[in-house]
Design a protein. Structure first.
Length: 110
């Protein structure tokens, strides 16, 4: 019985480690042109900034442009508010999928 308990603990530790590695791997540095900007309140009344940044992507040799939302919350709001359409967003971001679309959460604006 003791072996089963320790096996369960070991599996839990391995799963937690795998999740933390995948979360760290999602962080990246972006240097992208801002094509849109929205400042709005969240459900708690705190402001956030949604910047739309242009990215070039390729599927089966076909290159295309796509707009990706880069979300600024908390301590990053003031720096994001200072950016305008046409500026370049240089930031460390965490990539995520929300409602079936890729987006970025801004961790630090450089």
């Amino acid at each position: 019985m003791k072996h089963r308990k320790w096996a369960g603990v070991a599996i839990l530790v391995v799963l937690m480690f795998m999740v933390s590695i995948s979360a760290m791997a999602a962080e990246s540095l972006v240097n992208l042109k801002i094509t849109g900007k929205v400042i709005a309140p969240d459900k708690n009344g705190n402001e956030y900034v949604r910047l739309i940044v242009g990215e070039k992507r390729t599927i089966q040799g076909v290159e295309y442009d796509i707009g990706v939302a880069a979300m600024a919350f908390g301590q990053n709001v003031d720096a994001a508010k200072a950016l305008n359409v046409g500026d370049t967003l240089k930031a460390i971001v965490n990539s995520r999928v929300f409602n079936g679309r890729e987006s970025y959460t801004i961790l630090k604006i450089l």
